[in-house]
Every structure is written in structure tokens, then in C-alpha cells.
Design a protein around this ligand. Sequence first.
Ligand SMILES: Nc1ncnc2c1ncn2[C@@H]1O[C@H](COP(=O)(O)OP(=O)(O)OP(=O)(O)O)[C@@H](O)[C@H]1O
Length: 268
Amino acid sequence: MTAEEQPAHAVDALGVRVTLGGATILDGVDLTVATGEWVAVIGPNGAGKSTLLRAVGGLLPAAGAISLFGTHTERMPRRQRARLVATVAQSPVVPAGMAVFDYVLLGRNPYIPPLGRESTADLAAAGEVLARLDLQRFASRQLATLSGGERQRVFLARALAQGAPLLLLDEPTTALDIGHQQDVLDLVDELRRDRGLTVLATMHDLSIAGEYADRMVLLANGRVAASGPPREVLTEELLAAHYGARVRVIDGDHGPLVVPVRSFPHST
Ligand SMILES: Nc1ncnc2c1ncn2[C@@H]1O[C@H](COP(=O)(O)OP(=O)(O)OP(=O)(O)O)[C@@H](O)[C@H]1O
């Protein structure tokens, strides 16, 4: 599917409800992500952000209606879904003893015929992504020997090698230093512009989320508490109400900047 052929909405989710271990985790969440848009899902710990991403990515059963690029996911074969959606989970399961290149190559699985082998185009795609993320020098290293930040970039590389038009990122930069955070998010943004990629990402760093996202969805207790452009969602009032956080929100060049403010004990 080229960028021009894509329907207007990458994600249309209506009344998404997820129950896990007898508890209602998502309680009727509506979410629309336009094709080419970057939407950040924010909210306090346990709000349901990862669960929402997993529901959209088809990684857990959800009630309600979820469509990806105009097709209801219930009717979507796994292989088709894997060509449309690439997910970077918070803590992906790493196959023991696997080399970085082979792991990234797993991203090409949706294009490899059953019982077939990867093509030269698949090998080239994996190599290209490794180069783009400056990971070539790790290609033959075992994944388990990488640092947390290096590994996180490899997880992203595998998702990008998948070449899917929708990228679901669950806390994609938590293990990265500030320079690599910017590199990775700039790369995702560049791919968004070049290839019309759509991004749905959970992010705890609210300033960074606000700089990159077109829109934000604030989840609290499994429901949408607020949604809109970063300036409407990143307000001192909403952050106090839903995070119990004392913050100052300052106007930045590319969006609001959220600065935590320490409360000082009264001196006696
Ligand atoms: N299998 C499960 N059984 C019961 N409860 C679960 C299960 N999986 C997740 N939960 C609960 O669902 C809630 C939402 O979890 P989720 O991981 O979606 O939150 P989150 O917003 O991504 O949080 P965080 O910011 O801490 O990553 C949490 O309270 C979690 O304990």
C-alpha cells in the first residue's frame, strides 16, 4: 500500500473494552488516528496505555470495534495485520542466543512465504535499517550482550524492517540517553514524512511527547480523560488532576514543556 492509497484513518477504535484477570482495564475507549498522524498516549502508571496499544496491535482480545486502514481487525488474517502494524513492546521477549542481524530480519517474516527463505530484498531491508539506526557494528553480536539502550534501538530496527505503515511504540525511548532519544524520534518523524508512516506511541516524557505528537490522548483508569493537541492536554490542571503532579507548563518552540516542581517542606 503506497501513501497515496492509504485510507484517511489508520486506526478507528470504538468502545474498546479489555478485561484481564477479572478486572476491567479499558472501559470503552474511542481512538482515531489519521493516516500519517503521530498520536501520543499518555497517562499515569497503570492507566491502560500499553493495554490500548496491545489491543490495537491485536496482541490481546478486546471487545468493541477496531479497524486498521478501514478493515475490521476481526476479519483480518494475521499475515495481513503483520504487514500493516509493527509493534515495539516495552519489554520484548528476546530469543536466546540470537544475533542482532537475525533478530532484525525477523521483521521480514510477514513477507517470507511459509517454509520459504528470506529474499535478497529482505536481507537488504534489514541491513538498511541497521545502517539507518547506526547499529551495523552490532550486527553479529548476540542481542543479550547489548546495553539496554542499544537493545532498545534494535527492537525499533526490527519494527522498522517490517515496513508496516502503522508503528505502535510502547515507551520507545525509556532506556535511551538524551542524544539517542532525539535521534530515534527524529528518525521516526523523518519516516513519517518520507513514507507517510502513522505513529501511535505511549510516552512518559511529556515534553518530548508534546514536541513530536500532533495529538495526545490522556488515559486515566482505562478511559479517555482528555484528547487534543498537546497545548490542550498538557495543562497544569489536567496533569495535577490525573497524575497528582506539581508541574509548570512552559511554552516551548515545538510544544509545551512540562517541568516538575519540587514541593519544599515548611521550615519550622
Ligand atoms: N494480566 C493481567 N491481569 C490483571 N491485571 C492486569 C494484567 N495485565 C495488566 N493488568 C493491569 O492493567 C492495568 C493497566 O496496565 P497497562 O500496562 O496497560 O498500564 P500502563 O498505562 O501502560 O502503565 P505504565 O505506565 O506503568 O506502563 C494495570 O493496573 C495492570 O496491573
